[in-house]
Ligand binder design. Structure first.
Ligand code: ZN
Length: 386
């Protein structure tokens, strides 16, 4: 009876069989999706990573014009190692109204439904373009989406709205914090603990760095944006791990600090980075290099996922609220690729089948009823664009 849902389930079964764990290639799945899209008359663009083993798939139907809507999903999934799965994570199983398998919920269910919609779309009859953006390496820092968004920016292509189909239980989500993770490494000079002034103590420098970071944290708490609906309402800072030194009586030669911040707005993240850089350049490094010219401080970016800032004027929220019959929109504590699309000027919401509670877990599943709701939304979108 429900053709689109049946097709979505059949396609999801095919997609789950591609073990697209972030560390591995996604090219098999991308080729499979590209075939279906080009059969439906879509224009296809692939952009590969540096190693050539992963690719983004960007496909477009309808007029070659600005505006239109993007359906966005990531092709990669998190690993299954060490998790107690009941069955093969890469062979979809249906039981009790649920579809089990790695990626069913996060987020191949949405991709399957988007691709299943193709037979209902006639590119010649679309008034506005419909784009499909399927990316790699979302789970390890949105690397694919970053490349894809830069590619769109370079081409001057700015879709009007994007639906990021991460699992929200089909609720409309209009905001989430960013997630920036860093490791800061301090290299001093070792020496005997009895003559601290002859060395450069990396642990001491790390402690001073963290002290500055905590002062910035207090500033951020005091300057939470007015009316912020996030919990807590400000940009948070967390120092997750500190390590360094070797023994009581040795000047610590090396130290490392793992820390993160979750910005509620992009300028907070810039402010923290700039302030720390200035503190290192003007205070810590001169002190270190006065004793040891080889002393260094290096900050490695582990991931910088932009937040999705809620906006009063949000075309995507209006569209998806109407399509799904919902009032209002929520904020969520997890991050997605939406912030990257927002940086293009595209209006974004996150809305997709399945619950985030099932993501990344053993026996991950999506409810068939959720997938059905996603199908209704996409059917409505097809009508809206025609
Ligand atoms: Zn995801």
């Amino acid at each position: 009876m429900d053709r689109l849902l049946d097709d979505s389930i059949a396609i999801l079964d095919e997609l789950i069989a591609f073990p697209t764990v972030s560390a591995d290639s996604n090219l098999g799945m991308v080729a499979h999706l590209a075939q279906r899209l080009s059969d439906a008359g879509a224009r296809i663009e692939l952009s590969h990573d540096d190693g050539g083993t992963k690719a983004n798939l960007f496909a477009s139907l309808g007029p070659e014009a600005d505006g239109g809507v993007v359906l966005s999903g990531h092709t990669d999934v998190v690993p299954v190692g060490g998790q107690p799965w009941t069955g093969d994570p890469f062979a979809m199983a249906a039981r009790d109204g649920r579809l089990y398998g790695r990626g069913t919920c996060d987020m191949k269910g949405f991709i399957a439904a988007a691709v299943a919609l193709l037979p209902q779309l006639d590119g010649d009859r679309l008034r506005r373009p419909l784009h499909f953006a399927f990316t790699y390496d979302e789970e390890v820092g949105c690397l694919g989406a970053r490349q894809l968004v830069e590619h769109l920016r370079a081409r001057g292509l700015r879709p009007a709205a994007a639906i990021i189909g991460e699992p929200t239980g089909m609720r409309v989500v209009e905001g989430h914090k960013g997630c920036h993770e860093y490791t800061t490494l301090f290299t001093g000079r070792e020496g005997h603990g009895s003559v601290p002034e002859r060395g450069v103590n990396a642990v001491e420098m790390a402690v001073r760095y963290v002290h500055r970071l905590l002062a910035l944290r207090d500033e951020l708490i005091a300057s939470a944006p007015e009316g912020s609906r996030f919990a807590p309402p400000w940009t948070t800072v967390n120092v997750g791990r500190m390590a360094g030194g070797t023994a009581h009586n040795v000047i610590a030669g090396e130290a490392a600090v793992d820390w993160e911040m979750r910005p509620v707005r992009a300028e907070d993240a810039r402010h923290v980075r700039d302030a720390l850089e200035a503190y290192c350049a003007q205070v810590l490094l001169p002190a270190m290099r006065a004793v040891a010219p080889e002393a260094r401080i290096e900050t490695r970016v582990i991931g910088e996922v932009a937040g999705l800032e809620p906006a009063d004027d949000n075309l995507a929220r209006r569209l998806v609220s109407e399509l799904t019959g919902q009032d209002g929109a929520e904020l969520v504590p997890f991050s997605t690729e939406a912030g990257l699309f927002q940086s293009l000027g595209t209006h974004c919401v996150v809305c997709g089948p399945g619950e985030i509670a099932q993501a990344h877990k053993p026996d991950e599943f999506v409810e068939i009823a959720q997938l059905a709701r996603c199908c209704r939304m996409l059917e409505g979108l097809a009508v809206n664009l025609t």
